[in-house]
Design a protein around this ligand. Structure first.
Ligand code: B12
Ligand SMILES: C[S@@+](CC[C@H](N)C(=O)[O-])C[C@H]1O[C@@H](n2cnc3c(N)ncnc32)[C@H](O)[C@@H]1O
Ligand code: SF4
Length: 497
């Protein structure tokens, strides 16, 4: 193990120039480098959602003068197709959930074509380059892609490269080839967009907490929390109209963040409505909702069909564990009341299965909080706590000797999180994740909740509950019209439950 950076044995420490590229210089730090021979890069999509970060990688590769081709890694024929195309490189961008299938794909390709170099990048490998078996991975890109492509080409394998951030106007994705090559994504009802790439908070369970350790606040704010030019976002969104798209997820972690929000939101909303016009949903936090002006909320109501807001927990000890003391019940209630008064439906997100003395009481209290603050225009979803590599909470659990599951698949909708509980506790927690929406919508009394969570839910019941949560969440976002379209939408989605 390389002690300095916690890298796996055999990896050389990168020697890249890590200084950010100033505005107005070459496009992304690769396009101005010494000319290299044109190479072919296979980009491997895995999972049921758009792999957004890899679209920026696609643009950076093309910008550096190389060729790309997308493959659907979930398609059984994809391994043979990659081998037949014979690229020099194949690129993966797995979140923790999709790390194992990406690794498996890479290994299968490399077992037949060892000359194809695999490159892994994105949140998971950036957070914990030491946390995996390196067989199947030749190169790791940690952090942004910018400045790494031609260095990758010039390097031997078994290297870790650290990219550098670039100004926002230099960050654009390339997605047409992706949408065409992977129909499940091109035809997916929901597409992704972002106006800035970071989050101002530092919740202990979130991968942001890990990324933030790498950069100073000023640097993080300059690159991750600065908004992209509106025209770039609109240009990026035009393609949605060429592919079946029913809604767009503005995936900013807090779309109301920033002192410039009162100016930015009206400008963006006007441009979006004029040029794109598709329904949007976005993420907000209680803290910014209570802070922005009424005019901003009026504008928000014109722009979004719905917002999502993390509530996460009720008990003070859990909020402290999450480093989310910036919120309390009054603030959450006020935020919901403001959103409701402006006609903005809000999906509330909760986290259960926490490393606390009384995990069931903690989870029930969280559901009861959601019941108290809910209105006719709220919808609730509860996730099991996942401990992502490198996060502050993961480290805390290791230090405290909290037992963790070694079979956690990081599947948000499976109901099983990272903490190891006894079977009875786990069953109840899983049931809470599957029934939270129902408990809150129908204001189920605590005694009934505690009785219902004792049940053994079999596989077909779990599937039906999963479908119903999905249905309710779509109906909440898109309205009654979903009734007629649901079977269609469902057939295009790889349901996880
Ligand atoms: C947009 C987003 C989504 C989108 C797109 C997901 C995707 N895979 O691209 C959607 C809504 C679909 C989504 C879903 C999920 N997400 Co999400 N999401 C984000 C978010 C808000 C931004 C990520 C992003 O695209 N940033 C912009 C791009 C440009 O940056 P980037 O991804 O870091 O990519 C850059 C570099 O990392 C690098 N790079 C990336 N990949 C590669 C690959 C190569 C080869 C190279 C060279 C470089 C490289 O180049 C890019 C440009 O510089 C982050 C939080 C955050 N603010 O970062 C969470 C986050 C990534 N999501 C997270 C999670 C958990 C999920 C879900 C599992 C949740 C769920 N409900 O199931 C799903 C999984 C979906 C999937 N199939 O991957 C976690 C991941 C934690 C982890 N370690 O796995 C994050 C960090 C939030 C958190 N709570 O911690 N998400
Ligand atoms: C990607 S986050 C972004 C939402 C928003 N920025 C917030 O947190 O307030 C979406 C939701 O996923 C859930 N989530 C995030 N990280 C999680 C983790 N490690 N384990 C379980 N749920 C998590 C939280 O409920 C969160 O609100
Ligand atoms: S507010 Fe959301 S995105 Fe931001 S650090 Fe907390 S959980 Fe992560």
């Amino acid at each position: 193990m390389n002690q300095d950076r916690g890298l796996p044995t055999g990896y050389r420490v990168p020697t890249t120039d890590q200084a950010p590229i100033p505005s107005g210089s070459v496009e992304n730090g690769d396009s101005g480098s010494a000319p290299v021979e044109v190479k072919n890069f296979a980009l491997i999509h895995v999972g049921s959602d758009e792999v957004y970060g890899l679209e920026y990688v696609a643009a950076a590769i093309k910008d550096a003068g190389h060729q790309i081709r997308w493959f659907d890694g979930d398609d059984p024929g994809a391994i043979a197709e990659v081998i037949e195309w014979g690229p020099e490189y194949m690129c993966f961008s797995p979140l923790t959930t999709f790390f194992p299938p990406c690794l498996e794909f890479s290994r299968k390709v490399k077992s037949q074509s060892p000359e194809i170099t695999s490159i892994f990048g994105g949140h998971h490998v950036t957070a914990a380059p030491e946390a995996y078996d390196i067989d199947g991975i030749d190169i790791i890109v940690s952090g942004p892609v910018y400045g790494t492509i031609n260095k990758v080409i010039e390097s031997a394998t078994n290297e870790v490269f650290k990219g550098h951030p670039v100004p926002m106007e230099q960050m654009t994705p390339s997605r047409k080839e992706y949408f065409e090559a992977v129909p499940s994504i091109g035809n997916r009802h929901r597409k992704t967009i972002m106006s800035h790439f970071g989050c101002p908070y530092n919740c202990s369970y979130c991968s942001i907490s890990r990324l933030r350790t790498e950069y100073s606040w000023n640097e993080y704010r300059k690159y991750w929390l600065t908004r992209r030019p509106i025209e770039d976002i609109i240009d990026e969104a035009r393609i949605f109209k060429d592919f079946p798209t029913k809604e767009v997820a503005l995936e900013d972690d807090d779309m109301l963040y920033g002192d410039e929000i009162d100016d930015w939101l009206p400008q963006f909303t006007a441009a979006w409505k004029r040029e794109i016009g598709l329904p949007i949903f976005g993420n907000v936090t209680p803290k910014t909702v209570v802070r922005v002006s009424d005019e901003t909320l009026d504008t928000l109501a014109e722009l979004v069909a719905v917002v999502q807001m993390g509530v996460q927990a009720d008990r003070d000890e859990t909020l402290a564990l999450f480093n989310r003391q910036f919120q309390d019940e009054d603030q959450v209630a006020e935020a919901i009341a403001r959103l409701t008064a402006h006609g903005i439906p809000v999906k509330l997100e909760l986290i259960v299965g926490n490393p606390v003395d009384d995990p069931i009481g903690d989870a029930i209290d969280t559901v009861k909080l959601a019941q108290r603050v809910s209105t006719a225009s709220t919808f609730v979803v509860a996730f099991p706590l996942m401990l992502y590599p490198g996060t502050a909470l993961h480290k805390w659990c290791v230090e405290k000797g909290v037992e963790m599951r070694d079979d956690c698949t990081y599947e948000f909708y499976g109901g099983t999180g990272s903490i190891l509980f006894d079977d009875n506790t786990q069953r109840r927690l899983t049931n809470i994740t599957k029934m939270a929406a129902f408990f809150v919508k129908y204001q189920v009394d605590e005694r009934w909740m505690r009785a219902l969570i004792e049940m053994d839910i079999n596989d077909s019941a779990a599937e039906k509950l999963g479908e119903t949560i999905f249905y309710e969440s779509l109906r909440f976002r898109l309205g009654e019209q979903v009734e007629d379209q649901f079977e269609d939408i469902l057939s295009g989605v790889k349901m996880r439950y």
